[in-house]
Design a protein around this ligand. Sequence first.
Ligand code: IYR
Length: 229
Amino acid sequence: MSQTKPAAYQPIPLPDYQELPVDLMRRNALDFYEEIRRRHTVRDFDTRPVPRDIIESCLLAAGTAPNGANHQPWHFAVIGNPAIKRQIRIAAEEEEQAFYAGRAGEEWLEALAPLGTDSSKPFLEDAPWLICIFGERKSRSADGVLRKNYYVPESVNIATGFLIAALHKAGLAMLTHTPNPMGFLNEICGRPAQDKPYIMLVVGYPSPGATIPAHATEKRRLEDIATFL
Ligand code: IYR
């Protein structure tokens, strides 16, 4: 097989950077904090539909994340079809039943107690969208060459953070869901075995009576999460 030449390095001027006056930087940094701290993980979802184009815009934002060698080693399998959501719920609840019945171990279950979670996952059918996020260990370049990818977990997890922030900005509620193990997602989503499912985002409107665990509002203080050296 003939080896294709690697793309040449071609610098272009930094396209979109906007320097801001320091006061505005300060304002924007605080505004973003105020905005993102209003995001809460929700487990009670309304069945009201959310337009697909909004999800598409959020996925485009996720796709701008920094990543290894710009191979963009992610795939987002987006499920709105009720029959597929049902399949996912059945498979996930089967794993969760084993998890909560003992596979998790005592220490893990103790850590989860203040969240009030259990093996019942109705949100997997109630929410209008499930986004299953896969890391691609290998993928094809624009000209079709199959290549190894680098820093796949880092890249996928950063993109997931972008996606969560974008969904929040769009006014949507979400939940990061990690059925354990979640290999069943490859089959349901039609992804190759070498793709690794990382996380599922459950996306929609919170149900009218939605609650969150009080525990979830406890955030560590800046001095506990950061050191300046
Ligand atoms: N996957 C299980 C358990 C679970 C684990 C962690 I760590 C959480 O922060 C929350 C739940 C479930 O979804 O119930």
